[in-house]
Design a protein around this ligand. Sequence first.
Ligand SMILES: Nc1nc2c(ncn2[C@@H]2O[C@H](COP(=O)(O)OP(=O)(O)OP(=O)(O)O)[C@@H](O)[C@H]2O)c(=O)[nH]1
Ligand SMILES: [Mg+2]
Ligand SMILES: [Zn+2]
Length: 274
Amino acid sequence: MLKGIIVKNISDIYTVKVNQDLYDCKARGKFRQSGLTPLVGDAVEIDPENHYILNILERKNELVRPSISNVDVALIITSVKKPDLSTYLLDKQISSITLAKIEPVICFTKLDLLSKNEIKDLKKIMKYYQQIGYHVYTNLKVKKLLKYLKKKTVVLTGQTGAGKSSFLNQIDKTLNLRTGEISEALGRGRHTTRHTEFFLVQDILIADTPGFSALDLNQYSKEKIRDSFIEFQKYPCEFKNCMHLKEHDCEVKKQVEKGNILKSRYEDYCNFVK
Ligand SMILES: Nc1nc2c(ncn2[C@@H]2O[C@H](COP(=O)(O)OP(=O)(O)OP(=O)(O)O)[C@@H](O)[C@H]2O)c(=O)[nH]1
Ligand SMILES: [Mg+2]
Ligand SMILES: [Zn+2]
């Protein structure tokens, strides 16, 4: 019996890294029976002779989309053009990552495709997310970002075509991961990256993942979703358990009017709890 970490999964083959060695393993039938599926990121015990996963050790956390476990940070790759910036998708990812007890970090891509005026608007949005407590970067200045991610286990998340694999190619020139033209990726409704895999870049363990087109928060209660909008907590309402929807004297709604809470954030929140 050996102990290792699942670093890659393609259909029913799980690649397990034990020190510097890789073992391609299958999961035992008992996992299927118990409804437990191994995830990339899982610490596992394997039978190195028969190439079977024997046991999955307790997870620190797990994310459904992309499906992965035991990460410190989810780096949300958000393109500002092609596909256009969607704060709706960004906010949904922030909430789902936060609720999975993982730290969301934001990285905007494709700023080179914006006009000067569009850059100005983007800067305001970036500043807002920073002010409410998130680390925000762009792929134009990766040094600072890499410094922040040092020694962490990271998963890349984001829409198909956002630039996840391109980001990895940028920070490690030896990787040569396949990337896709946006027209090709969206036109055929296909994802360029088809599986989840960890890479060691400097001292960061970082996973590329397939992009997604849909994400839902259905597994979480309205209260949980409300609490994942961290800036709302800065403005206590008269009514303690206020959902900031139809209630009168709602401080959060007042702050949206005043411009202290980004309108798109509040609208996304209303959408999520609906
Ligand atoms: N102009 C510009 N293009 C970029 C940038 N980053 C990525 N791209 C392009 O965007 C397209 C999609 O990039 P990918 O890295 O394949 O996107 P992905 O997020 O890995 O997509 P999936 O694997 O389908 O989830 C490619 O044509 C890249 O060359 C950027 O900063 N600027
Ligand atoms: Mg990709
Ligand atoms: Zn309220």
